[in-house]
Write a protein that binds this ligand. Structure first.
Ligand code: NAD
Length: 438
């Protein structure tokens, strides 16, 4: 099939490459000319394992192209996918301006039968509004008579940064929200080659499914963090509790790692968008208010503990390991680590940070007095404390003898409980995790 992908960010590029790999011809459109130029040269604009190799393979096979000009590629498109950003807007509502702009562009150009697929995460009602908007733009362009040739389908995305390509090929399920059987069948055909179950539902249910999934995962994180806080007060160990609870198949082991809270480009904004969307229907989603509050408090609690145990951080040198919102990605959007570093800088701490992939993007978000080291060990030179803020597995492999020699004081505050099993206490460190017995 011929597919046009509008928005070549994280989701647009991953899924564009995925559909190319399945054998479709994909034209990726983005308004960011610099990004398109880099992609054209075969350079990936962000870190994702396997991505550079797949990009090269698909470009050489002529199955993917990149452009800023929708007009030049919309001609033969059977499917036009919208994968633009839906960031948190005013008061936590989803900002739909990029989706609306994409719909307007499609409507102003479309003159043949096509299915528009909304991949962006959007509030309930958006898909229908997108269809209306496209049809209005077609009417304004003098193609009123053709408006029935276009339809809209919701295809929410559930991939995980760090495992994105694998998740595209082997998803738990493919959720397809559509009004009519023909559109459903087209989407089914688009995914030929992927064996995951198809969940066919209405547009509204598909839209709500995406938000419900992220909100439930965020709820698990806040829940286990509350348990961690009780564990600290009672002498229990949250890791033991999480393992025992997670072995219950009704609950499962995932998203039960206590720490400094969830972050990223999706959870914070999607939880907030669902919370606000519920409010507009006259329903107060009390559970989500608490999930958001607990998450913010968890970051604050971590900072407070550092400040209390170090008797203030003004002028103290803190080594930070990890800036990305989780291990395996360079994405720093909504990262708990970035928030914590900003708070500590505000309290007068001197930060020397290291992240295997996220430093370039983090640099743009952090105050200029934050310094960056070229290795994890280098970051600890002269440090009064080491803070672990992202769960990069390679942090477990450094020489802690060297780290101990380099540090001015042996304080470790582990916001991910990543180093908990390494016996740092026995090596002379004052080790503190989150909710673990010390
Ligand atoms: P992103 O910000 O990385 O990328 C969006 C891209 O769209 C940018 O490159 C931007 O330049 C481009 N763009 C904006 N308006 C455009 C227009 N009118 N025409 C062409 N290009 C345009 O966003 P993302 O992380 O890829 O997220 C996209 C959507 O997918 C969001 O709704 C997000 O919630 C959802 N989602 C993201 C993830 C994730 O892990 N990042 C996972 C699942 C779902």
């Amino acid at each position: 099939m011929n597919l046009v992908m509008i928005g070549t960010g994280y989701v647009g590029l991953v899924t564009g490459l995925g559909f190319a790999k399945l054998g479709h011809r994909v034209a990726c459109v983005d308004t960011d000319a610099a990004k398109v130029a880099r992609l054209d040269l075969g350079e990936t604009p962000f870190y994702e394992p396997g991505m550079p190799e797949l990009l090269r393979e698909m470009q050489e096979a002529g199955r993917i192209v990149f452009t800023t000009d929708l007009k030049s590629v919309i001609g033969g498109a059977e499917i036009i996918m919208i994968a633009v950003g839906t960031p948190a807007g005013k008061d936590g509502f989803a900002d739909l301006s990029y989706v609306e702009a994409a719909a307007d562009s499609i409507g102003s150009l479309l003159d043949h039968e096509a299915l528009v697929v909304v991949k962006s995460s959007v509030p309930v009602g958006t898909n229908r509004a997108v269809l209306d908007r496209i049809r209005r733009a077609m009417g304004a362009a003098g193609r009123e008579a053709l408006t029935t040739i276009v339809n809209v389908v919701s295809l929410p995305e559930f991939l995980r940064p760090g495992f994105a390509l694998r998740d595209f090929m082997e998803p738990d399920r493919i959720v397809i929200g559509a009004d009519d059987a023909v559109a459903q069948q087209t989407l089914d055909r688009l995914h030929d080659g992927i064996t995951a179950p198809r969940v066919l539902l209405s547009l509204e249910s598909a839209e709500l499914t995406k938000y419900a999934a992220n909100a439930l995962l965020a709820t698990k994180v806040s829940f286990i963090n509350e348990i961690a806080n009780i564990a600290e007060r009672t002498g229990a160990d949250v890791r033991e509790v999480a393992r025992a609870v997670g072995l219950d198949r009704r609950i499962g082991p995932h998203f039960l790692q206590a720490g400094i809270g969830y972050g990223g480009s999706c959870f914070p904004k999607d939880v907030s968008a669902l919370h606000q969307m519920a409010g507009t229907t006259g329903y107060e989603f009390k559970l989500l208010s608490a999930v958001i509050e607990v998450n913010n408090a968890q970051r604050e609690r971590f900072v407070t503990r550092i400040v209390e145990e170090m008797h203030g951080v003004r002028g103290r040198r803190l080594a930070v390991w990890g800036l990305a919102f989780k291990g395996g990605t360079d994405d720093v959007r909504g990262s708990s680590a970035i928030d914590i570093v900003q708070r500590l800088v505000g309290l007068g701490a001197e930060i020397v940070a290291y992240d295997p992939q996220g430093m370039e993007l983090a640099q743009r978000m952090l105050p200029e007095q934050v310094q960056f080291a070229s290795t994890a060990v280098d970051a600890t030179t002269g440090a009064d404390a080491l803070l672990v803020l992202t769960e990069w597995p390679e942090f477990c492999d450094v020489s802690f003898e060297t780290v101990r020699e380099r540090m001015a004081e042996p304080n470790v505050f582990d916001g991910r409980n990543l180093l908990a099993e390494l016996g740092l206490k026995g090596m002379g460190f004052a080790y503190r995790g989150v909710g673990i017995r010390e």
